[in-house]
Design a binder for this molecule. Structure first.
Ligand code: ZN
Length: 321
């Protein structure tokens, strides 16, 4: 079997203040908090997972919010734009909604039949909403501020910025099984499976642009889907055979992960679809309580003491209403 991811699993970025981060992604963007946990490698820091109504792979944007994190710098060797998929008829609604929420946006641009609206999160992370003509049947979260009719369907794509494309393109095709879709000046698009929202990556080639610096307001890594652990294990062996430096398989509680860097500099991950977010709490209650993996549970009291308090919107925490 050779490596063939079906699309994006999640994007993980670094944020600043956790309350400001949660307010933006839950209230302004209307995503669901599908897991409140900690950074397993740094348990004094939250790891917040935002997604669709059930936290399906491909809908997930996750953050390590450090209250005093220094600002990063966008540049090559990074995923410089994270795009979310919205219904085609909703892009104008989003422009008005973001303006009413005090978020500055660009103009709606049309390229490749897609309407795109760009803006930044409170830490300066570059985001976009994209309406794809193919439509997006995924199951959104419904909130008072962002009704399901207009809501984000999941990830649309990421843009990887590189100084040169060849080795990065090689990693996307040979290392992840994506196909080259098309090129528009210095932007090359690759697609997993049949393409469509959630299965796309753009490679933006800027030979002289400076390297980025990963800190607050930048993407930490981009994760791709593997269906299960057995497949992931096979893919890992294939990557090792290709000479890629891959980590061992790590238990992330909601999925298993391997990490490696694409030659242009961006950290990539392959994450399993299984077991998902309902493994340690009921689907209806996702995100409301702080969940810790079994190996950190003995330190719960200490960890809860270290973490700043979070006030969640009522959709995510009815007890606070
Ligand atoms: Zn990850």
């Amino acid at each position: 079997m050779s490596i063939k991811t079906s699309g994006l699993h999640h994007v993980t970025a670094i944020g600043g203040d956790p309350q400001r981060n949660a307010d933006f992604y839950l209230r302004t963007l209307g995503l669901r908090l599908v897991k409140t946990t900690v950074n397993f490698d740094d348990p004094g820091t939250y790891h917040l997972y935002y997604g669709d109504s059930s936290g399906k792979p491909g809908s997930l944007m996750t953050f390590f919010p450090w209250p005093d994190a220094p600002s990063g710098r966008r540049g090559t060797g990074q995923a410089t734009t994270t795009s979310f998929s919205v219904p085609e008829a909703s892009i104008g609604w989003w422009k008005r909604h973001l303006a009413a929420s005090g978020v500055e946006t660009g103009e709606i641009r049309n390229a490749d039949d897609e309407d795109t609206l760009t803006f930044r999160d409170p830490d300066g992370l570059q985001l976009a909403l994209v309406a794809h003509p193919q439509g997006d049947p995924r199951d959104p979260w419904d909130t008072q501020l962002v009704p399901a009719e207009h809501a984000i369907r999941g990830l649309h794509s990421v843009t990887l910025s590189v100084n040169k494309e060849d080795a990065t393109a090689g990693m996307l095709t040979d290392g992840l099984g994506l196909g080259f879709a098309h090129q528009e000046s210095n932007r090359l698009r690759f697609a997993a499976g049949d393409g469509g929202p959630g299965a796309l990556v753009d490679v933006l080639v800027t030979p002289d642009a400076p390297r980025g610096l990963v800190a607050a307001g930048t993407v930490h890594h981009v994760a791709w889907r593997a269906p299960d652990e057995e497949t992931q294990k096979t893919w890992r062996e294939e990557l090792v055979d290709k000479g890629v430096h891959v980590t061992s398989i790590l238990d992330r509680q909601y999925f298993r992960s391997i990490y490696f860097r694409e030659p242009g500099g961006t950290l990539l991950e392959v994450a399993t679809d299984e077991p998902g977010f309902a493994v340690d709490e009921p689907l209806l209650e996702l995100g409301r309580a702080l969940k810790l993996p079994p190996w950190l549970e003995p330190r719960r009291e200490e960890i809860e003491h270290m973490l700043p308090k979070l006030n969640l919107p009522t959709e995510n925490n009815p007890e606070l209403s």
